[in-house]
Design a protein around this ligand. Structure first.
Ligand code: C5P
Length: 223
């Protein structure tokens, strides 16, 4: 079973998807982490984000592992590094390149092959897993999303103002929604949940309820 969760930056996808996966005992895949890891590597190697053939080459050789909610690039734990504001600023520019998405698409499917999984990103329900059993689209007001992201960064000691976070979020959403390939969009068969006034627990409970309802409908549970 695949539960696909999409939505704009700061809509709560990562927190919610992780907890839903824990509750259901499913594998969890954060596809944003894949784009972030590639971006981190490109920044470290000082590859200009206009050099498409070099970007594709690096995307092809990306050695990523997901273990116990941590991300490893070539054996190094980069879980914290990929959340740095420098990665925030560049990731959408990397993710909008069709050649990059083409390389990363089969990798995402391969990572969940044969597993029950909760997958989260921007194009899970529309492109990567169009046959997902349950599709969720999380939203929240811009201010609320920026507030959540700012709180997260501040708690990690990052020196960034609320306005900078808000501006970055708006810019990222714009690039993600307007790109030609796999733009951020709600799949017509996705269930939209506005999380602005909801607690994390409420959102998690709702998604778990929908997933269990689906499993019941599919005859997996008898009661
Ligand atoms: O989900 P997160 O905010 O970590 O994603 C970072 C960026 O990666 C997004 O802003 C988007 O540009 C890109 N992304 C994407 N497709 C996905 C997941 C993330 O383009 N499925």
């Amino acid at each position: 079973m695949i539960v696909a969760i999409d939505g704009p930056a700061g809509s709560g996808k990562t927190t919610v998807a992780k907890l839903v996966a824990q509750k259901l005992g499913f594998f969890y895949l954060d596809t944003g982490a894949i784009y972030r890891s590639l971006t981190l590597k490109l920044l470290k190697e000082r590859v200009p984000l206009t050099d498409v053939s070099k970007m594709r080459e690096i995307a092809r050789s990306l050695r990523l592992e997901f273990k116990r909610e941590k991300v490893f690039l070539e054996g190094k734990d980069i879980t914290e590094d990929i959340r740095d504001p420098s990665v925030d600023r560049s990731v959408s520019l990397v993710a909008k390149i069709p050649e990059v998405r083409e390389v990363l698409l089969p990798l995402q499917r391969e990572l969940v092959k044969g597993k029950n999984a909760v997958v989260e990103g921007r194009d899970m329900g529309t492109v990567v897993f169009p046959n997902a059993d349950l599709k969720i689209f999380l939203t929240a007001s811009e201010e609320e999303r920026a507030r959540r992201r700012w709180k997260e960064l501040s708690s990690k000691g990052k020196d960034i103002s609320f306005m900078e976070v808000l501006e970055d979020l708006k810019r990222r959403d714009k690039i993600d929604s307007e790109r030609d390939v796999a733009p951020l969009r709600k799949s017509p068969d996705a269930i939209e949940i506005d999380t602005t006034d909801m607690s994390i627990n409420e959102v998690v409970e709702e998604v778990v309820r929908l997933a269990l309802r689906h499993l019941k409908g599919a005859g997996v549970f008898s009661s």
